[in-house]
Design a binder for this molecule. Structure first.
Ligand code: FAD
Length: 343
């Protein structure tokens, strides 16, 4: 029996029967179906110590910590991590330059090795507080329950209405110089933004290239001192409205303006506004901070008892390393909470 199949068995006996045809095996064997999978010692395959919604870097890290602490865990994931379009992930030690998928596949493979951890590949659609803990509803209509919850659901970047932008996102339109700046060092680079944030960002990016232009996509809101400072460092400010990004397979070639002229460009930094990828934490009462992240304390506890959050949804330090770090923290400290409650 392979681990994926094991995982589905943990997650939902009904779903497993539907998906793998074990219904036939069950008819052939006059044994209750759970005894076929006795090594997992699960009495009720829909109840877990902890449910983790989100099974990317932070959710898998939390799952590993909990699984190794002998907790029964269900990880629900619909496989839409925010970096899925980026060809290579950088700045995560031991995995520098790998594809995002390589990193998460290896992580999942390692977590799957723990029989205490189960997986459900699908979308969680709702959550409810119950007397015994929590229930999570799934798009298919299945429901799972657990004493505790972790949300490792990430954030979703909001794309601007500029043709070509979304196609280049994560490939040549970049959010972070620490992740991708080295690869486009000294190249002809733009920054899309305006005001104080764009000013600060321009100063930072000048570390990686001196061939830099700030595109404000409309009238600049920089103050005269900021304008003077950028110009003194030969950072051009272009206010012309942008029509589209010309690219081939996401590799930026030039930026076309509404006045018809264009400018060649190799990379464009464009930090984006974001929303929570998943609305369930907020619907369950988890407060967000003024920047839109789930409020957590240093132990990754949210404002709702029994619910933790980790990774991008609760932190502006948006890196795989931070997602793994906060996920591990959430898993370890939630386990400690369970141990103390039961002692
Ligand atoms: C374009 C881009 C490139 C990046 N490049 C780098 C890089 O090179 N190096 C680096 O260190 N960092 C990089 N990052 C940042 C890094 O990708 C994130 O910090 C990291 O992915 C956060 O991990 P996470 O587990 O918190 O969230 P995510 O990886 O976004 O995963 C969240 C998971 O939760 C699932 N989910 C959400 N809601 C539900 C639901 N209701 N039901 C089921 N599943 C759900 C999603 O499908 C997803 O699988 C990049 C980010 C972007 C956007």
């Amino acid at each position: 029996m392979n681990t994926n199949r094991d995982a589905l068995i943990h997650a939902s006996r009904r779903k497993f029967i539907r998906q793998s045809g074990v219904a036939l095996a069950a008819l052939a064997f006059p044994l209750p179906i759970h005894t076929l999978f006795k090594k997992h010692e699960m009495k009720d395959s829909s109840h877990f110590d902890v449910i983790i919604v989100g099974g990317s870097y932070s959710g898998l890290a939390a799952g590993m910590a909990l699984g190794r602490a002998l907790r029964t865990v269900l990880i629900i994931d619909d496989h839409k991590p925010c970096n899925r379009q980026t060809p290579h992930s950088h700045n995560f030690i031991t995995h520098d330059g790998k594809t995002p998928r390589e990193i998460s596949s290896l992580a999942r493979h390692q977590v799957e090795a723990y029989p205490t951890v189960s997986f459900y590949d699908g979308l969680a659609t709702g959550g409810t507080k119950t007397n015994a803990g929590f229930e999570i509803q799934i798009a298919t209509g299945d429901t799972f329950s657990a004493g505790k919850l972790i949300f490792a659901t990430g954030i979703r970047d909001i794309m601007p209405a500029i043709e070509g932008f979304a196609e280049c996102w994560g490939i040549s339109v970049l959010h972070c110089p620490y992740c991708h700046g080295y690869e486009v060092r000294n190249e002809k680079t733009g920054i899309l933004g305006n005001g104080n944030a764009a000013y600060e960002f321009s100063i930072l990016i000048s570390n990686w290239t001196k061939d830099l232009t700030l595109f404000t996509n409309g009238p600049s809101s920089l103050n005269p001192e900021q304008t003077r400072k950028l110009e003194s460092h030969k950072i051009q400010i272009v206010e012309t409205a942008i029509e589209k990004l010309n690219h081939t397979n996401g590799q930026l070639e030039s930026i076309l303006f509404k006045d018809g002229h264009s400018s060649p460009l190799k990379a464009l930094y464009a930090p984006r506004p974001f929303e929570q990828h998943c609305s369930i934490p907020e619907a369950m009462g988890c407060e967000l901070n003024e920047d839109g992240y789930i409020k957590t304390d240093a132990l990754q506890k949210t404002t709702v008892d029994g619910i933790y959050a980790c990774g991008d949804n609760a932190s502006r330090m948006r890196t795989v390393a931070n997602a793994v770090s906060t996920g591990t923290t959430a898993g370890m400290l939630l386990n400690k909470e369970i141990v103390i409650e039961g002692f």
